[in-house]
Write a protein that binds this ligand. Structure first.
Ligand SMILES: Cc1cc2nc3c(=O)[nH]c(=O)nc-3n(C[C@H](O)[C@H](O)[C@H](O)COP(=O)(O)OP(=O)(O)OC[C@H]3O[C@@H](n4cnc5c(N)ncnc54)[C@H](O)[C@@H]3O)c2cc1C
Length: 237
């Protein structure tokens, strides 16, 4: 009996990921893409001898990428080399006014302390809280199939009710007074396509990803991840 056919519209990360899981379960997967190349927002642009990633550049949560490849008995290392960036990134408040974020949390605390006395301890407490949320969000929530509300309302998240009411902006204000430090701590939820003023503080797990897990970059650019997922999906087909 021939395997069931699945057509996936689009070839972004989500489609490539779905194609791998479906192909590994024996489905006959076809991807339809309207653009000339795969990758969606993470496409590559080649012009005048230069190569650009047109979308994502921040490779955060390397554990999540690793888990994806491990699901197929392979590893990111089989496809690309990752480098942890130091500085992770630099935030500009004006032309000659910037703050560098180190790849080391103790150094980040020193940077904070240099700007606002007492903020290193506050940052430690903030990140400890963020780590607890990361463990709930990444280990307990994001891998759920998303079919029932009780996947997100559970014994762990119910205890966090206040963090779903308080916004990240409000929470950050309670930890640091300096406006620039506040902006730095508000920045990571941008990756959720969200505004700190209307995002629950539970999402501070993004800050843990930022300051503790670090900012990485695949040699050759983010398109290496697209190439890796594409070639894995072909192996599984
Ligand atoms: C400028 C920019 C910077 C970003 N920076 C980061 C970052 O640093 N780190 C990070 O983690 N994330 C970042 N992101 C977000 C990240 O790129 C996206 O979340 C991710 O690429 C989305 O993948 P997706 O598969 O969900 O959707 P998409 O990549 O949008 O894929 C959808 C695909 O479907 C195709 N499609 C749509 N309709 C049709 C149709 N009718 N027929 C055929 N094909 C169709 C599209 O052409 C596209 O290829 C950034 C995004 C942008 C735009």
């Amino acid at each position: 009996m021939s395997s069931k056919k699945i057509i996936i519209v689009g070839s972004g990360f989500s489609s490539l990921s779905a194609s791998c899981y479906l192909a590994s379960k024996g489905f006959d997967v076809t991807i339809l893409e309207k653009n000339k190349t795969v990758g969606g927002r993470a496409r590559q642009l080649k012009r005048d001898g230069f190569v650009f990633d047109i979308g994502p550049t921040f490779y955060w949560m390397p554990d999540v990428f690793e888990r994806f490849f491990n699901d197929f008995n392979t590893s990111t290392k089989d496809y690309y080399n990752l480098n942890k960036l130091n500085p992770a990134y630099q935030i500009y408040f004006g032309k000659k006014d910037s703050i560098s974020i180190s790849d080391n949390f103790e150094d980040i605390k020193t940077t904070f302390e240099g700007i606002e006395k007492g903020s290193a301890n506050k940052l430690q407490k903030f990140i400890d809280k963020a780590q607890r949320n990361y463990n709930i969000a990444i280990k307990d929530l994001v891998y759920k199939p998303g079919v029932h509300v009780f996947e997100i309302i559970n014994s762990k998240t119910i205890l966090k009710l206040y963090e779903f009411i308080l916004t990240i902006k409000k929470q950050v204000t309670g930890y640091v007074k300096n406006k620039k430090l506040q902006k730095i701590l508000e920045f990571p939820v941008l990756f959720l396509g969200a505004k700190p003023s209307n995002t629950p503080s539970f999402y501070n797990f993004m800050n843990y990803a930022d300051f503790k897990l670090g900012t990485w970059h695949p040699e050759g650019g983010m398109y290496e991840v697209v190439k890796a997922m594409t070639s894995l999906s072909k192996v599984l087909a």
